[in-house]
Ligand binder design. Structure first.
Ligand SMILES: NC(=O)c1ccc[n+]([C@@H]2O[C@H](COP(=O)([O-])OP(=O)(O)OC[C@H]3O[C@@H](n4cnc5c(N)ncnc54)[C@H](O)[C@@H]3O)[C@@H](O)[C@H]2O)c1
Length: 339
């Protein structure tokens, strides 16, 4: 989803854009129904975009593509984004997220070392360290009791992560090191929950889109825990504008926590209430025990991105959610057959 928005945005700015994707997303989430294939067809119609259906695990393909083109910026969004998939298949998670990232970095180092390189990292790199912060319980949510959010200086090791957290962290560190060892221009964006149109959410990833779909279909939602867990959420176009600001900047190598920050947060229960209002429906909520790897609260501090990039998020949660639901309603046929 992030990649399709980045492609559309940069093509609209009259750049020549190459999209490199294996379209494996639906398979990762065990669905027989197309998801990112829609985004593929959507991008096909846009001027300035070339689509390459290829895998980042395939070094030969990467070499062929990079040898032929002089890229000025690489936005590395390809990845396996599911925590549960990573627990079932840590080997494949490693191959895609870690080795795949090194393959892309190698192609850049050899063929376009001057290019700006952006990596989509994750708040999961902080793992369970987040759970050492005291949280307070309120009516519909938990919140940090003593801090506003998590900064880039949060420790990343000596804690549990899940294989997904580890493979993303390994990629994150490799990207930082390619800046250090090979002087490449790199930015690591440790992303919170990103949402927007053309997102095909599953129970394991893309919760705003998943809950919205369940509401539109009138189907039950399973909540692991009590539903008071909180995340900061960021509209995808706001994320892409931060990428652009980094590419335009003179910064050489930075790490940013990026999300909606303390003013754009939602608990699962609050999302349910908002969706009840937006769709005029109620769905059954099934409560299951907490999952070991879920953080009760994760909120990014986004001060560094604001200061270094001159960036601010523009879309508020209410308005973003209403745009997401309205896109899904208009395109509900894309979700036909989905459970
Ligand atoms: N969306 C979020 O909230 C979020 C939060 C934190 C981090 N991230 C990270 O951001 C990136 C983009 O997330 P997204 O929400 O757009 O996910 P997405 O699943 O929509 O996009 C990832 C794309 O990568 C492709 N892909 C997977 N393995 C590939 C491979 N081996 N070779 C080529 N393409 C491959 C998939 O087909 C998919 O189109 C991911 O790396 C994810 O880990 C996302």
């Amino acid at each position: 989803m992030v990649g399709s928005h980045a492609a559309e945005y940069f093509a609209a700015k009259n750049n020549k854009v190459y999209v490199y994707d294996s379209l494996i997303r639906s398979q990762i989430f065990g669905s027989k129904h197309p998801s990112v294939e829609y985004n593929w067809n959507y991008l096909k119609k846009i001027k300035n975009i070339t689509l390459l259906r290829k895998d980042i695990r395939d070094k030969k393909s990467l070499k062929e593509v990079f040898k032929k083109n002089r890229f000025e910026a690489i936005i590395h969004t390809a990845g396996q984004p599911g925590v549960r998939f990573s627990l079932k298949r840590p080997d494949e998670d490693f191959q895609i997220n870690c080795l795949g990232t090194v393959n892309v970095l190698e192609a850049v180092r050899h063929y376009c070392p001057q290019a700006a390189f952006i990596y989509c990292s994750s708040n999961k790199v902080y793992g369970n360290n987040i759970n050492k912060y005291k949280v307070k319980q309120q009516k519909t949510r938990y919140s940090f009791a003593e801090i506003k959010g998590i900064s880039e200086s949060e420790p990343i090791d000596l804690t549990g992560h899940t294989p997904y957290g580890v493979s993303k962290l390994a990629g994150d560190l490799y990207v930082q090191d390619y800046a250090y060892s090979y002087r490449m221009k790199t930015a690591v964006f440790r992303m919170s929950c990103i949402y927007g149109p053309r997102q095909f959410g599953f129970e394991d990833q893309g919760w705003l889109s998943w809950f919205s779909l369940r509401f539109l279909k009138g189907k039950p939602i399973t909540i692991f825990g009590d539903g008071k867990q909180v995340r900061d959420v960021l509209w995808v176009e706001d994320l892409i504008s931060a990428f652009d600001k980094f590419i335009q900047s003179k910064l050489q190598s930075e790490v940013f926590n990026i999300g909606g920050g303390p003013t754009r947060t939602l608990s699962l229960l609050e999302l349910v209430f908002l969706l009840e209002k937006l769709t005029n429906k109620k769905v059954k909520i099934i409560y299951e025990p907490w999952r070991k790897f879920d953080q009760k609260v994760y909120v990014s501090l986004i001060e560094k991105a604001k200061k270094f990039l001159g960036w601010i998020p523009l879309i508020e949660v209410d308005s973003g959610l209403s745009r997401l639901v309205s896109w899904m309603k208009t395109n509900i046929n894309l979700f036909a057959g989905r459970k």
